[in-house]
Design a protein around this ligand. Structure first.
Ligand code: NAD
Length: 611
């Protein structure tokens, strides 16, 4: 069937974007909202967006005018009577949507398709209030509708194949990538996204980390386009609460039980960016510029000297070598304590090689390389560090015993003011700190792999860590050109604690045969702008490493939803641990290169190599 004239009802965050996408693709579109204020507001938003397109030379002035001429905005629902397809994008509430669908049913021609942009409600339940459930479908656009390339097409048990085909074709005509899914709360993307967003709210509510640090951690640690709290503000906190409520009613999974803070913000009318206030405060409603408010943390002046100029790094594996490289390149003297002269030589050779490559590529000069090398020393005896360091960063094998042993040894002869840090990614920092007599000068400095490339560093303070130590270490990381975020000593810190439950949920979704791993990866990449889909990421990180992290989180939080999925355990048992062996969730034969480019989206944490 041919779709020529399209209607959109509800011209808020989503509806106004949907109208624009449709008009830009050459269709005539009629947008309807409740009042003149709503339609003029949508008119302004669309005109501004087209204006930006013209100013940025993405479209010509005459193209812009042609797009606007295809758009008609009204408050009169009956004007939709000649549309072949109407897309509803009103408030996420079943009762309100049902009433609208009943009205539309009496206005539209008998063959017209009625689509809902619901993010979580049952399309089937909406369809049964009409006389044509077979012509009702879900067309779930993503926010911002102009940008995100993905559309979930939600077919119910009664939707006609002809309707599905027409909508798939329509989505492609809009330049989108459609994926057909069945009617389940949250479909693919939101079902995976909202558990993670909700968990981030809980993390903020528990004052585990600041809103800025939670958001930065996910942006800089996982390459996500937005942090979870900023994203919730963009989605709208009222819409988000309704989505979580619906998902919780269906799943009864505690991960979806809306956090108390989210409810409170909605009750207080802080609905997010569209309102000018949500988790953050904005310059104006609908403007992305964040302004400082009473919850803005006092910024740590990066210009304030950390007072740390000499750092020892314990270990000679991937992480230790990377950290030495970051220190030396950042102007700090680094002494690597390794287990043998041979390992020391290997470490120096490895640094020399990687810096030579940078010289060849013109990224650094020969003089810079010489400077870096001059700042690196090695030793094989802990006593050689006496009088030569302000900070010790340990990066040996991820085992509690050896870590405690090396720290208790160093504790005996290094002066009491030397700061001790571990770069553990999963062990409890306080357990390691307790093996020393300087718990107040003990901290976690969690670098990500590869350290020279990954911008994020988590600064983990325990119940005993002095605030002065936290500030000095944070400043050091600033000075090294990295992005420090502060959090407390809890399994997974910020990034892994938010990332791995989401990855585990993606495995659960595929195991339940709701969607294929290809569709899930596509949904997260094109719907949410993630640099990698969950299965691509799991295969890159390594399924063995992922299982270990999920197990650590499960042991600490005892959340039933964190229990590792059986399929993950089976793949690990079979030795299919990801790209590094040529097979994980996908097969990679002939073996693909596992080397990671600077521009490649990266995972969180890989195993630290022990010295
Ligand atoms: P919104 O609050 O920004 O806008 C809703 C609009 O609908 C408002 O302009 C309101 O005046 C209008 N409206 C309400 N009842 C109406 C009626 N009976 N007739 C005509 N207009 C009516 O909401 P939103 O964020 O755009 O969400 C709309 C829908 O899209 C929801 O179902 C939501 O779940 C879904 N969705 C939202 C996002 C997102 O990120 N915000 C993403 C995908 C899908």
């Amino acid at each position: 069937m041919e779709l020529v004239k399209i209607g959109v009802v509800g011209l808020g965050t989503m509806g106004s974007g949907i109208v624009e996408v449709i008009a830009r693709s050459g269709y005539s579109v009629i947008g309807v909202d409740l009042g003149e204020k709503d339609t003029s507001y949508a008119d302004l938003r669309i005109a501004n967006s087209i204006g930006r397109g013209v100013a940025g030379s993405k479209i010509t002035k005459s193209e812009g005018e042609a797009i606007l001429s295809r758009i008609e905005l009204t408050t009169d629902l009956t004007e939709l009577d000649s549309c072949q397809l109407v897309i509803e994008a009103i408030t996420e509430d079943l009762q309100t949507k049902s009433e609208l669908f009943a009205d539309l049913d009496s206005i539209l021609g008998p063959d017209a398709i009625m689509a809902t942009n619901t993010s979580s409600l049952s399309v089937t339940e909406i369809s049964v209030v009409t006389s044509r459930p077979s012509r009702v479908i879900g067309l779930h656009f993503f926010n911002p509708a102009m940008v995100q390339k993905f559309i979930e097409i939600v077919g119910t048990v009664t939707t006609d194949q002809e309707v599905i085909d027409a909508c798939m074709e329509f989505a492609r005509a809009l330049g989108k990538e459609p994926v057909l899914v069945s009617d389940r709360a949250g479909f693919i993307a939101n079902s995976l996204l909202f558990g993670y967003l909700n968990q981030a709210v809980a993390m903020y509510e528990q004052k585990y980390a600041s809103r800025e640090d939670i958001d930065s951690a996910m942006r800089f640690g996982c390459g996500l386009p937005m942090g979870p709290l900023a994203l919730l503000d963009l989605i709208g906190l009222d819409t988000s609460l309704q989505i979580l409520d619906t998902m919780y009613r269906q799943s009864r999974d505690r991960l979806h039980a809306p956090s108390a803070l989210l409810k409170q913000l909605v009750a207080a009318g802080r609905l997010g960016r569209k309102f000018g206030e949500g988790f953050y405060s904005y310059a104006e409603p609908n403007i992305p510029t964040v302004v400082a408010d009473s919850r803005t943390p006092v910024s740590i002046e990066s210009s304030v000297d950390s007072g740390i100029t000499r750092v020892a790094v314990i270990g000679s594996g991937t992480m230790a070598t990377g950290i030495v490289s970051v220190l030396a390149a950042g102007g700090v003297s680094a002494i690597a304590l390794t287990r043998s002269e041979q390992r020391s030589t290997q470490l120096r050779e490895s640094l020399e090689k990687s810096w030579s490559k940078l010289v060849e590529k013109g990224r650094i000069s020969q003089e810079q390389k010489d400077d870096y090398l001059a700042r690196v020393q090695t030793c094989v005896s802990a006593q050689d560090l006496v009088g030569r360091v302000d900070l010790v960063i340990e990066a040996i094998a991820e085992e509690l015993g050896p870590k405690c042993e090396i720290f208790s040894q160093l504790d005996k002869f290094l002066p009491a003011d030397v700061i001790f840090a571990t770069t553990t990614s999963s062990l409890s920092v306080i357990e390691i700190a307790a093996s020393t007599s300087r718990m107040e000068r003990f901290i976690g400095i969690h670098f990500f792999n590869p350290a020279p490339i990954m911008p994020l560093v988590e600064i983990v303070s325990t119940v005993a860590t002095d605030s002065e130590v936290v500030i000095r270490c944070t400043n050091l990381i600033h000075q090294l050109g990295k992005k420090p975020v502060q959090c407390s000593d809890r399994a997974g810190f910020i990034v892994n604690a938010l990332l791995f439950p989401y990855l585990n949920n993606a495995i659960a979704m595929a195991s339940a045969n709701y969607a294929s791993i290809e569709d899930i990866d596509t949904a997260m990449k094109l719907g949410c702008g993630y640099p990698m889909g969950p299965f691509e990421l799991l295969d890159v990180v390594g399924l063995d490493v992922s299982l270990a992290i999920i197990n650590t989180l499960y042991r600490e939080f005892r959340e039933p939803g964190f229990a590792p999925q059986a399929e993950l355990e089976h793949l690990v048992t079979a030795g299919f641990v990801g790209r590094k062996v040529g097979r994980g969730f996908r097969k990679y034969w002939p073996q693909e290169s596992t080397s990671r480019q600077g521009s490649e989206p990266r995972g969180p944490q890989e195993p630290e190599s022990g010295q």
